[in-house]
Design a protein around this ligand. Structure first.
Ligand code: PLP
Length: 432
């Protein structure tokens, strides 16, 4: 498979090059030159396949030229080695739990796949590759765990001191080995600015191979298709396919789901569930795409004012607004509605959602109220314990810590404190 830049000003590249580069030189996002099709028999036989075999078949057309079959099978098996259960919440609504990976967020799947691909590509090179990433919380942990102990790859994570939760901080700082945490005396925006300056600094990039691990990387985006197929495998009414409702921020996750659908995954409809950061739902109503500053909300991993992957969604539909609207609806959920949903769903059904999942649940419920007879799945993208400060006052109960998190909290923190200024980052990168 070749990948072209959606800005059309850069040459086509292989999967390997797209993974190492992240973004095209013309600042466009890479997009596959053709969309693979899974045939009807493959879909009909889905329940006879293991998750690893199924995921391999999905990703093989995208990566198969650059990674030999046995390596790709190993990478995929390691990526999907935790469950993604589909849990029934009420008559019409199911939760696809994507929080059973090492950092309790759906980003584990993309991070695990990308890290292993990059690790494979690093073996062929003499130089180390450095993954440089700024995080406001979740991305850093998933990237740290994904790349932990991957040979030939160093990871440098910048996070704002005192502004990530204690669980998130331990996920970044307790691992050690090839994972280096820089605790920045500043904000997330400072961290992001410093990382951007590093990528643009040729005097640095000539000395050190830098790559990013954010969600625009094809090796993080494409494997997110896997769990949509795992959901369909667990769906009992195969002749009545589900509506998929996806809590969305940068739109990488939902875009992967729609790509899976175009490749053959049965789905009735897709819903972009958003918080107050609702550029896309407003676009779907008015046809006007108006970017806004990000607003802080309770579902903070979706606080994105200008979703970077939406250009890929548009491309999937050939930039045809009418076709897009047939397949995609958008809903906006306020913080008050998010809290109310966490509380009501818990009281009525005993199912505990996190704030992101709650935005998904309520959006799906609204869609079903307008389309009686439909049933659907919302993606539960994070474990509620990550947001215990929001959830516990609503339910009046403690969210039990999973044993993996319990262990992590007892490990020592290792971070290097630096100033919120680019020279501090550059010095670090040149000296380590
Ligand atoms: C990143 C994230 C999202 C948003 O996913 P996108 O692919 O950026 O749309 C939703 N929920 C959680 C918990 C996340 O960490």
């Amino acid at each position: 498979m070749k990948y072209y830049s959606l800005n059309q000003q850069s040459p086509k590249v292989s999967f390997k090059e797209a993974t190492i580069k992240g973004q095209a030189p013309d600042k466009g996002l890479y997009f596959p030159e053709s969309l693979p099709r899974l045939d009807k028999n493959w879909i009909a036989g889905i329940n006879g396949k293991s998750n690893a075999a199924l995921a391999f078949d999905v990703i093989q057309p995208y990566a198969g030229n650059d990674i030999p079959e046995d390596e790709l099978r190993r990478i995929v098996a390691e990526t999907v080695n935790f469950p993604s259960p589909l849990v029934q919440v009420n008559d019409h609504i199911f939760a696809l739990e994507l929080f059973h990976g090492p950092t309790l967020a759906f980003k584990d799947t993309g991070a695990r796949f990308m890290s292993r691909c990059l690790g494979y590509f690093a073996k062929e090179r003499s130089e180390k590759i450095t993954v440089l990433v700024a995080t406001s919380g979740d991305t850093g942990g998933a990237v740290a765990h994904g790349f932990y102990d991957v040979e030939g790859v160093d990871v440098v994570i910048l996070y704002p001191s005192g502004k990530v939760s204690s669980v998130q901080e331990k996920q970044l700082t307790a691992l050690g080995k090839n994972i280096h945490a820089l605790e920045v005396n500043g904000t997330f925006d400072d961290c992001q600015r410093m990382v951007k300056q590093a990528f643009a600094d040729e005097s640095l990039t000539q000395k050190r191979v830098l790559t990013s691990a954010n969600s625009i990387n094809v090796a993080r985006w494409l494997p997110q298709q896997f769990y949509y197929f795992f959901a369909y495998k667990q769906w009992s009414e195969k002749e009545n396919p589900p509506v998929f409702c996806v809590p969305s921020g940068n739109f990488g996750n939902i875009c992967a789901g729609m790509l899976a659908h175009i490749s053959g995954l049965p789905a009735a409809h897709f819903i972009a569930a958003c918080n107050a950061n609702n550029v896309v739902p407003r676009y779907l109503h008015s046809g006007k795409y108006e970017v806004k500053e990000a607003l802080p909300t309770l579902s903070n991993a979706m606080d994105v004012g200008d979703p970077s992957n939406f250009v890929r969604v548009l491309q999937l539909f050939g930039n045809n607004f009418i076709n897009l609207k047939k397949m995609l609806s958008g809903y906006t959920i306020t913080d008050a509605e998010t809290k109310d949903t966490i509380k009501k769903v818990w009281e009525k059904t005993g199912y505990l959602t996190d704030p992101h999942g709650a935005v998904g649940y309520l959006s799906l419920q609204r869609y079903i109220a307008q389309h009686p007879g439909q049933k659907g799945i919302f993606l539960e993208t994070a474990h509620p314990v990550k947001f215990y400060d929001v959830v516990e006052p609503l339910t009046g109960e403690k969210v039990p810590l999973p044993p993996s998190v319990e262990r992590l909290l007892h490990l020592p923190k290792h971070s290097i404190v630096i100033d919120a200024a680019y020279p501090a980052l550059k010095n670090y990168l040149l000296q380590h």
